[in-house]
Design a binder for this molecule. Structure first.
Ligand SMILES: NC(=O)C1=CN([C@@H]2O[C@H](COP(=O)(O)OP(=O)(O)OC[C@H]3O[C@@H](n4cnc5c(N)ncnc54)[C@H](O)[C@@H]3O)[C@@H](O)[C@H]2O)[C@@H](O)CC1
Ligand SMILES: [K+]
Length: 523
């Protein structure tokens, strides 16, 4: 496989510690010596470090501290230390551990024989300009305690720039949980294949910027362990863009480009309906209708002149009471229901649950759903159903799952299995679960943690669905596309306007520029 295609495909794969161990065993028993692989991997790490050092203006005059643990993560650290030493860097190896694995011990012995400064005194790190963390990788199995935990806490307090090898030491490979304490890295160089920890919200503050160092694990060995169609996948730029309804068929008129109905808004939350509408606008959907309470209809017409605004009878508090009698729900390929509805709109949600088309339930529709029987209501549906809860809403919908499981990836998958719906569990690393597969969005920005940003996603997703449904294609992949596109718009907006400058309206204005930026790189 050519290197470019391999590097794109490898980005999609995610493994657990156990899967990584099984893959590793296969390649070792196929014949590569453990020590040879360690040399190869450390060579690749060093290659990357050269660029990172020059970005940080680290020169041979600077002091580099290498943290070394007992296992092969420590072995990687020692090989890196040795090669940096040969390149003329001022190195200190710090190891708080007395009983290393054989190969690690052998590298330590050689480093000492070369005269590299080797110490178990943490004070040696105080005047370092940069630290490289090889304490623990995917072999960490239990809480870090005692002397090592103390050392990690001291290191974190030094506030040095830290590059972690494979994982920040102390992070659980599968859940991202902090096992006692953990190194707070600025950059983590994940080795070989992405581990689950990189895709969970839990450990993100410790991982810093994450990069994958591919070391040519044969695809056959990966497939033998994770299967040809693995359950867990990372959403990549390629998977996202390939699912877009582009190019549009030359002979399509507006109805052939899909018809979306958004039911949203109340007197209290007018903006939610506008933001969902603006999200849908960027999707290119052929026709958009937005049902809102009568009293806010003029506001919507002003903001979205291309849309058909349907005024609905409303409650005393200005929530939608019911849909107009003459509305024909069979006209739409997709109905979005929820943003800004308030929990008074119960009758609407009950009606939409029985609609004979794809539906997306968000925000207040989920709060209303939580008061019904969510599993029964969703599993009775015969058309595609997508729900987009954040973790708080998820907890209200599926308290019985939360009681038994902590891993958010597993939770989302269990909810999908129970209900048959596609679950978009929103967070720093949003995951999209179907009963058979889970896709995780690996890149996002904290700039998106603001009111209204979810409404934009729901509208965008709503608008992307109808053409897919008309083309009779499966809907899962376009859900990934919406999630990816939404966060790329946030990333672009944050780059240009800082993380503070990405309000939800601004976000809607970055959807098309974000896409244009990627399409330019492909064409
Ligand atoms: N997977 C692969 O194919 C490769 C893995 N390599 C490296 O090998 C690493 C995995 O190596 P290991 O399996 O040796 O695991 P680690 O180096 O992550 O650590 C395991 C060691 O730490 C000890 N340990 C575990 N939890 C502890 C705790 N809480 N307190 C104190 N000691 C604890 C274990 O007894 C064992 O000695 C990877 O992270 C990576 O850095 C690379 O060298 C080459 C390729
Ligand atoms: K590490």
């Amino acid at each position: 496989m050519n290197a470019k295609i391999r590097s794109k495909k490898i980005q999609q794969i995610v493994v657990t510690a156990e899967q990584m161990r099984n893959i590793e065993e296969r390649i070792f028993s196929a014949g590569i010596p453990v020590a040879a692989l360690m040399e190869k991997v450390a060579g690749k790490i060093n290659h990357r470090l050269q660029t990172l050092f020059s970005e940080k203006s680290i020169t041979s005059a600077d002091k580099i501290g290498i943290l070394v643990g007992p296992g092969h993560n420590g072995g990687d650290g020692l090989v890196v230390a040795r090669e940096l030493y040969f390149l003329g860097y001022n190195i200190v190896i710090y190891s708080p551990i007395s009983k290393p694995k054989e190969l690690t011990e052998s590298h330590a012995k050689y480093a000492i024989s070369l005269g590299i400064n080797f110490s178990s005194n943490i004070k040696e790190l105080y005047d370092c300009d940069i630290l490289i963390d090889g304490l623990f990788g995917f072999g960490l199995e239990r809480e870090i305690t005692g002397k090592i935990a103390n050392a990690i806490n001291i290191i974190n307090n030094l506030n040095k720039f830290v590059i972690s090898i494979d994982l920040p030491s102390g992070i659980h490979t599968d859940t991202g949980e902090i096992l006692g304490t953990a190194i707070r890295a600025n950059i983590t160089l994940c080795l070989g294949l992405w581990k689950q920890a990189f895709l969970q919200d839990t450990g993100l503050d410790y991982i810093g910027r994450a990069e994958l160092i591919d070391f040519d694990i044969p695809r056959a060995d990966i497939n033998a362990v994770i299967g040809e169609y693995p359950i867990l996948n990372r959403i990549t730029q390629d998977t996202a863009i390939n699912s877009l309804p582009l190019p549009r068929p030359a002979n399509h008129h507006k109805y052939k480009n899909g018809y979306l109905l958004i039911i949203a808004g109340s007197k209290q939350y007018t903006g939610a309906a506008i933001l969902a509408g603006l999200g849908a606008r960027a999707s290119g959907v052929g026709m958009l209708s937005i049902a809102v309470p009568n009293s806010i209809k003029p506001l919507l017409s002003l903001q979205l002149p291309e849309s058909l605004i349907i005024g609905c009878p409303e409650t005393e508090n200005g929530a939608i009471l019911e849909l107009p009698e003459d509305i024909d729900l069979n006209r739409y390929q997709t109905i979005v229901c929820g943003p800004g509805l308030t929990i008074e709109a119960e009758a609407i949600v009950e009606r939409i649950l029985t609609a004979n088309c794809a539906i997306i339930l968000d925000a207040d529709a989920l709060n209303i759903l939580a008061k019904l029987n969510p599993v029964l209501a969703l599993s009775s549906r015969k058309f595609p159903t997508i729900i987009t809860p954040h973790f708080g809403e998820f907890k209200r919908l599926f308290p019985e799952l939360i009681a038994l499981e902590k891993n958010q990836i597993i939770l989302a998958k269990q909810a999908a299995e129970l209900t048959g719906a596609i679950i978009v569990l929103k967070g720093a690393r949003t995951c999209v679960a179907t009963p058979n597969q889970v896709w995780i969005n690996p890149d996002s920005t904290p700039a998106l943690g603001r009111g209204g940003s979810g409404d934009v996603l729901t509208g965008l997703l709503g608008g992307l669905l109808p053409p897919v449904i008309l083309a009779e294609k499966p809907v899962e992949l376009i859900v990934n596309t919406a999630v990816w596109w939404h966060s790329q718009a946030g990333i672009l907006a944050a780059t240009e306007r800082t993380e503070l400058g990405v309000d939800a309206y601004t976000l809607t204005q970055y959807l098309i520029p974000a896409l244009t930026q990627f399409l330019k790189t492909i064409n």
